[in-house]
Design a protein around this ligand. Sequence first.
Ligand SMILES: C[S@@+](CC[C@H](N)C(=O)[O-])C[C@H]1O[C@@H](n2cnc3c(N)ncnc32)[C@H](O)[C@@H]1O
Length: 198
Amino acid sequence: MPSPRRTHDTYFRRAKAEGFLARSAYKLIEIDEKFRILGSARSVVDLGCAPGSWLQVASMRAASQARILGIDLKPVQHDLGPRVHTIVGDATRLDCTALPVQPPFDVVLSDMAPNTSGAGDDLRSATLCREVLTLLPTLLRPGGSLVMKILEGEQTPEVLSETRAVFAQARMFKPRASRDVSREMFVIGRGYRPGAKR
Ligand SMILES: C[S@@+](CC[C@H](N)C(=O)[O-])C[C@H]1O[C@@H](n2cnc3c(N)ncnc32)[C@H](O)[C@@H]1O
């Protein structure tokens, strides 16, 4: 009988076989194949980066000289090569003067999720997304791109329209690698316009 959570699904097994630190790698690969976000990036910041599979994907797909910074409440346990720097901390309370790679970045990734507790997760996720949008004037260069996870809920349309207000294009996307039972979606923003009003 299949286990209800199917933790050892195809993507989980593929991640093990291909050396990715988490199955989430395939979500970013699919997003990048569809939206072409990483290929020309010379700098990438990944908010909520542990255990590190998006850092692996960014390192594989960004420009060869790209510098990549990951930030998480938890440490990344693996050495991901000389281009990838990681720091432990709360991404919503960044001291940008102390970062090992200085903003602005070409791409901001956020796979941050609240500790799932059931009721209210979608609201906490929307709050995290708004915190990411608030950081963009400091973190993202004009014309840059955003990939941001959100747990779908009543605030999702508003978060999308707040993202649309500051990007030339913004839309929602659910990769195949995202579990059907999960409410996670990704907000994709391209062509950041820092002066625009949210
Ligand atoms: C789904 S995991 C990220 C997985 C990662 N993209 C990967 O592929 O390996 C979400 C991460 O967000 C982190 N996180 C949540 N809130 C955060 C915050 N305020 N600041 C930094 N990290 C945060 C959690 O510690 C957790 O490691």
